[in-house]
Write a protein that binds this ligand. Structure first.
Ligand code: GDU
Length: 329
């Protein structure tokens, strides 16, 4: 029997490519759909590629007709908070309108299982509390607002078109494939761990800590880091959960444990055995002091067990990938 296919939008991106690898391992054919605005051709290695843009409905119809996927896993998105504040239209078009096209194409093709990558940025400024599925959403930028709008869209289509969905909300994804085949590569890079590794290897002069006067034990911001492989495991568990006939549930993905920027830098120095050149700078606009994400529901209902989300392991996997170099196309 032919393998079942799953359409993975953003399959050339950081999380999407790791998801394709996990799907392949689980016996599916992952069909990567990507426009390569932020994704990488080299990251598409676990199944066929369909190049295209989510704004192109005819192209989507073609892809659904060709592969008859059993589900969609939707990672393709613009995800830079600062850019979304400067250019909200890009986010409403690129995230919301594009996803509307995707949902309409999926439901028209009878592909009704939908796994969506959302974000704790839908919560807005709620410093210090553990964010979970019951926390009120109040986004403060177009990135968070666009993701929340898509969550609402999924609810509406679940009523009108019987679309079954799971929504995963998460913040700080880290690490890389332990085999070193794929990893994180953003241009420009804005995320803490890859930037720290750049500073260690000399690709950049230093890492600048954005703010040392926060009300935290060492004055720097605290975040909850999840290993990308654990994260995609949860998405696969969500897919199976849908395919067992369940539907329409939000799951937050975090470890519940936060690390400060300084703790991340110290761990990177320990893991690599090298000093980290550090500069202390001003706060970055829009950064919350402390963001920690609860995941009791994912653990109890999906059996999620994020074993690799140990800070040193995430950094050592990211370091292995970093030493291999970056994608070129
Ligand atoms: O050069 C840097 C880069 C980051 N940081 C700090 O490191 C922490 C983590 O920053 P990241 O940019 O790695 O991650 P964020 O928590 O800002 O971003 C996360 O949340 C965002 C939404 O708010 C997006 O979803 C994004 O993709 C996701 O990684 C923050 O306190 C930030 O101020 C620094 O000190 N120096």
């Amino acid at each position: 029997m032919a393998e079942e296919t799953v359409l993975v939008t953003g399959g050339g991106g950081y999380i999407g490519s790791h998801c394709c690898k996990a799907l392949r391992r689980a016996g599916y054919t992952p069909v990567a759909f990507d426009n390569f605005v932020t994704g990488w051709r080299e990251a598409v290695r676990f199944g066929p590629l369909e190049e295209g843009d989510l704004s192109d409905r005819a192209r989507l119809d073609e892809v659904f007709a060709r592969w008859k996927p059993v589900a969609v896993m939707h990672f393709a998105a613009l995800s830079q908070v600062g850019e979304s504040i400067r250019d909200p239209g890009r986010y409403w078009r690129g995230n919301v309108s594009a996803t509307l096209n995707l949902i309409e194409a999926a439901t028209a093709a009878g592909c009704l299982d939908f796994v969506f990558s959302s974000t704790c940025a839908t919560y807005g400024e709620q410093d210090g509390v553990v964010l979970d599925e019951d926390t009120m959403q109040a986004p403060i930028n177009a990135y968070g607002a666009s993701k929340r709008a898509i969550e609402d869209m999924l609810r509406d289509f679940s009523i009108s078109a019987c679309l079954r969905h799971t929504i995963f909300r998460y913040f700080n994804v880290a690490g890389a494939d332990p085999d070193g085949e794929i990893g994180e590569c953003h241009v420009p890079e804005t995320h803490l761990i890859p930037l720290v590794l750049d500073a260690i290897s000399g690709r950049r002069d230093a890492i600048t800590i954005f703010g040392t006067d926060y009300k935290t034990p060492d004055g720097t911001c605290i975040r909850d880091y999840v290993h990308v492989c654990d994260l995609v495991d949860a998405h696969l568990a969500g897919l199976e959960w849908l395919r067992q006939g369940n539907s329409n549930r939000v799951f937050c993905l975090g470890t519940g444990q936060g690390f400060s920027v300084r703790e991340v830098i110290e761990a990177a120095s320990r893991v690599t055995g090298q000093p980290v050149p550090v500069l202390e700078g001003a706060r970055r606009e829009g950064d919350a002091t402390q963001l920690v994400c609860g995941s009791t529901r994912a653990r109890t209902e999906l059996g999620w067990d994020p074993q690799r989300s140990v800070l040193e392991d995430m950094i050592s996997d990211a370091w292995r990938w970093h030493q291999r170099g970056a994608y070129k196309n």
